[in-house]
Design a protein around this ligand. Structure first.
Ligand SMILES: [Mg+2]
Length: 390
């Protein structure tokens, strides 16, 4: 079997979107003075889809959501020539080819995300070629079904947030992640607002359910040190990305400082990036996303590393590619779950592009033992609402 063609297309959403309300979510731009609202850097309304076809007619699907147009350019100009004519079963060799050929300017960020998309499509081909779901090639089923946590609860008004938590608690979710709306720029008043929002959600979900807290890199070390002791009494399962991804010593310091586990990794890349996080005990929960970290080839290795360090892997975003890795390792106890909503942040867009993304039932997602590959196909229902760039 040989790779015959690689096609990367950018899907740009032109349909209706819901504008973020209020102090929606703290984020890395909050610490930089700006006249426009900082959420604009946090939203992304396009996605790159990669289709790789083999000489025996199998089509593998991969995707990348980080800087989609740049990822497409990297795939078209640099990565495609490296994999054309090659046997997809030589996936480790192909991964090393892509990684090393781009090493001078790649390594992390959008280049690794572009490599991830190709790698995902290759694994989809491998599964389809032997008529097995991808998780069966990675270790198989380690759990009856995958527990997942509800992930939305952006900071709007507290009544709305409580109603949202109640609705999904009623649907059977037992774990919930909420976003903080305030950071250092909002001074002590913002600290009080952040604490109020945690209290409001705890009021609805009680202490029999898990609560995760998301900062999306919108704090700094000093602010995190100030607020963390006040959050302990709410018993969060973890506090996510309190500082920017490059401040690894900051993560390590916070992780030793309080009883609250610090999590991160959705903006970290490759086996080496995670080795560094684990060596420094910087995170107590690893949250790579397979479509950024280096694809399934890299994520599978990181799972083994996390198992050895006894640090749980709970990938970013749910999404099919992550579920296969979660299903196939005991290092991964659960998954994130983005519900399907009207297009808002952009987190929901994959539901509009692909068919086959599992829908949570009673707080669990299930993978089909008989669906080969990743189990996704292209959705036609919303095609007319995208600009598609070839
Ligand atoms: Mg996150």
């Amino acid at each position: 079997m040989k790779i015959k063609s690689v096609r990367a297309r950018v899907f740009e959403w032109k349909g209706k979107t819901v504008p973020p309300q209020g102090n929606f979510c703290s984020n890395a731009m909050d610490l930089v003075y700006s006249k426009t609202e900082s959420m604009s850097t946090f939203r992304f309304h396009s996605w790159t889809v990669v289709e790789i076809e083999t000489d025996d007619g199998i089509i593998g699907l991969g995707n990348v959501a980080l800087a989609p147009a740049i990822a497409k350019a990297i795939i078209d100009q640099y990565l495609t020539p490296l994999v054309l004519g090659q046997d997809p079963w030589d996936y480790e060799y192909l991964w090393q080819r892509m990684y090393r050929a781009t090493h001078a300017w790649g390594r992390k960020g959008v280049t690794m995300a572009a490599i991830s998309a190709i790698d995902l499509a290759i694994w989809d081909i491998l599964g389809k070629s032997v008529n097995k779901p991808v998780f069966k090639l990675l270790g198989g089923r380690t759990k009856e079904k995958i527990p997942c946590y509800y992930s939305k609860l952006y900071r709007t008004n507290l009544d709305e947030m409580q109603a949202e938590a109640q609705k999904y608690k009623d649907q059977g979710f037992t774990a919930f992640k909420m976003r903080f709306g305030y950071g250092p720029a909002h001074l002590q008043k913002g600290v009080a607002e952040n604490l109020k929002s945690v209290e409001a959600i705890r009021e609805v979900i009680g202490y029999d359910n898990d609560l995760m807290l998301e900062c999306y890199m919108g704090w700094n070390l000093e602010y995190a040190k100030r607020i963390l002791p006040k959050l302990e009494k709410y018993e969060p399962r973890w506090l996510e990305e309190p500082v920017i991804a490059d401040d690894i010593d900051g993560y390590a310091e916070l992780n030793q400082l309080t009883s609250i586990p610090i999590s991160g990794g959705e903006h970290e890349f490759s086996l080496y990036g995670f080795k560094q996080l684990l060596d420094k005990k910087a995170v107590s929960v690893v949250q790579y996303d397979t479509n950024r970290v280096g694809g399934i080839t890299a994520a599978h290795k990181i799972n083994a590393l996390c198992e050895a360090f006894s640090v749980p892997v709970i990938p970013h975003a749910g999404q099919m590619h992550n579920y296969h890795l979660t299903m196939s390792t005991i290092a991964s106890p659960m998954s994130e779950y983005f519900p399907m909503f009207d297009v808002e942040v952009g987190n929901e867009l994959f539901y509009y592009i692909f068919d086959g993304e599992p829908v949570a039932e009673n707080g669990f997602v299930q993978l089909d033992d008989n669906k080969p590959g990743l189990g996704l196909t292209m959705k036609t229902e919303f095609l007319d609402q995208f600009n598609i760039i070839e």
